[in-house]
Design a protein around this ligand. Structure first.
Ligand code: MCA
Ligand code: AMP
Length: 497
């Protein structure tokens, strides 16, 4: 990516943020300075993990490139993570340097100091003096993103430079990115969606990426209205927020926003199932049929509706360039079209390993194929996602969560004796985090109090937003909580708070 950037015409704008516009030359120069600071005289970071907690901005990209150019592994941390989560990430990744934003989030710095880890603010990094940088080969580890999944604690998903390049080039080819494109980043930068599909594809193509510090529906509509965007990518919850903002706007404004949508050449939805009703409403408002695609932290993007040709609502299209996909039965045998099976993926885009978890890594593959845990069926050549094999994985607002991780925290609450966390279907969020609790005798717990207590221990999007207090939890003959029965309780009763 860095090599490509040096070939981009001087003066081309790479990034725009609240501080202004940054050219590719400036990005290269800032990342070289950052790399030099991180190396501080050594030849190569040799895959040391460098964590950074930086608001989406040009600095974020410069830090990521700086870590890569110094031979480190970039570990972007979630803005808004709770202290306990940050501590876990830094310990698990055995981070050697923590980068923070002076003022904005001294929490990361505080934790680093507590642990005796070297830390530096973005300002420190940019004050370094240049030194020689190492040659970093494509097979080296480049990035580690934490994903919640089958285990109670998040796992570090490690990707190499080669896999990142494969993920980017597949999308650049499929969606025909060029240097004339402009996209806006309104997603968090600790997930593949924001990092690869938006920022990295833009920088690979020599395009411009406008970085918003966080999602803001009116800011997005404003950018569309200015006619500056050619591409837009987001999760279904964001499209629903944009629809709500459009519907709340005065008629003249709506008309202007609708007309300006013709400047955008492609709008993509992913990270969670796009309700067909949302796709249709968006089409009425904007004239765009959203291109829905399917991906995962471990594999980047795998399936996509076509850029040209019919996009079938409710489907995620076909395999992307360079990605092999099959649907397999329980024995790992491919199933015929029309029969449901687990999505398995193979190819250059697939991650290398779960950090320091060889067993989990081995279990994630079968006969060389990565097992996604998502079930799908192929109908008329298009993949349709049917659901997940693991009921303990939730998707809310596009964030993947582990019910087990939240339950483990809830069990430490002084009033809770038993709990079960499930995802309850929700039109806005996809799923909502719903907690069924059994309380100690004489104890009471309201949703607001539970959320306040949890806030110290988990990021806001993990907080239960539905609560049900029960005498007992539904269990099978083996004593195991029956999660589908818990979900049914919420669906039937609407939760008692
Ligand atoms: C926030 N709230 C929620 C949730 N999140 N309530 C229920 N469930 C939730 N998940 C509440 C807040 O507490 C607040 O409540 C109210 O909603 C509004 O909060 P707000 O701050 O406006 O929400 P937000 O924090 O802006 O979140 C909305 C969001 C965000 C912009 C949709 O969740 C988001 O950026 N999601 C994208 C995640 C993403 O990038 N996923 C990609 C990963 P109150 O008002 O009462 O305080 S998947 C991936 O990378 C793969 C590879 C792929 O395929 O893409
Ligand atoms: P993550 O690991 O956070 O990247 O989330 C990946 C998961 O998001 C997948 O395993 C799917 O369950 C889900 N996902 C991504 N895109 C879609 C989509 N278009 N439709 C349904 N589910 C999706």
């Amino acid at each position: 990516m860095v090599r490509r950037a040096s070939d981009i015409p001087h003066g081309s704008i790479a990034l725009r943020d609240q501080a202004g516009a940054f050219t590719y030359d400036e990005l290269l120069s800032a990342s070289a300075t950052i790399a030099s600071f991180l190396l501080s005289g050594s030849d190569d970071l040799a895959e040391q993990r460098i964590a950074f907690l930086v608001t989406p901005s040009a600095n974020w990209a410069a830090v990521q490139w700086g870590i890569w150019r110094a031979g480190g592994v970039a570990v972007p941390l979630p803005i808004g993570a709770a202290r306990a989560e940050l501590e876990y990430f830094l310990d698990d990744a055995e981070v050697s340097i923590v980068i923070f934003e002076a003022g904005a989030d001294s929490l990361a710095n505080e934790i680093a100091i507590d642990r005796g880890i070297r830390s530096a603010s973005c300002d420190d990094l940019l004050a370094g003096t240049l030194q020689d940088l190492p040659a970093v080969t494509p097979n080296r580890r480049a990035m580690m993103l934490y994903t919640s999944g089958t285990t109670s604690k998040p796992k570090g998903v490690v990707t190499t430079h080669a896999a990142i390049t494969a993920q980017i080039t597949s999308l650049v080819e499929a969606w025909e990115w060029t240097s004339t494109d402009t996209i806006v980043l309104c997603l968090p930068l600790h997930h593949v969606h924001g990092i690869i599909n938006v920022v990295s594809c833009a920088l690979w193509a020599g395009a411009t990426c406008i970085m918003l510090p966080r999602f803001d529906a009116l800011a997005i509509w404003q950018l569309i209205a200015e006619g500056s965007l050619t591409l837009f990518m987001a999760v279904p919850t964001i499209y629903m927020r944009l629809i709500a903002a459009w519907e709340a706007a005065p008629p003249a404004q709506r008309a202007a926003w609708t007309a300006a949508c013709s400047h955008v050449r492609l709008m993509v939805s992913g990270s969670a199932a796009l309700p067909v009703s949302t796709l249709e409403r968006w089409r009425e408002i904007t004239g765009h049929t959203l291109l829905e695609r399917y991906g995962m932290t471990e594999i980047g993007m795998a399936l996509s509706n076509p850029l040209h040709g019919e996009r079938v609502p409710g489907t995620v299209g076909r395999p992307l360039p360079g990605v092999s996909v099959q649907l397999a039965d329980e024995d790992g045998q491919p199933v015929p079209d029309g029969t449901s099976g687990e999505i398995e993926v193979r190819g250059e885009t697939v991650f290398q390993e779960y950090w320091r978890r060889p067993q989990a890594t081995a279990e994630a593959f079968r006969n060389g194929w990565f097992r996604t845990g998502d079930t799908a069926v192929v109908q008329r050549g298009m993949y349709r996602i049917l659901g997940r094999t693991n009921i303990d994985i939730l998707k809310t607002g596009g964030h993947k969560l582990s019910a087990l991780e939240i339950e483990e925290i809830l069990r430490t609450h002084p009033s809770i004796t038993e709990c079960a966390v499930v995802g309850v279907p929700d039109p806005e969020w996809g799923e909502r985090v719903a907690a069924a609790l059994v309380l100690r005798d004489g104890h009471a717990l309201a949703l607001a109090d539970l959320r306040t207590w949890c806030r110290e221990l988990m990021a806001a999007y993990k907080l239960p937003s539905r609560l049900l207090i029960a005498e007992t939890l539904p269990r099978n003959a083996m004593g195991k909580v029956m999660k589908p029965a818990v979900t049914a309780l919420f669906v039937a009763e609407g939760g008692n708070q």
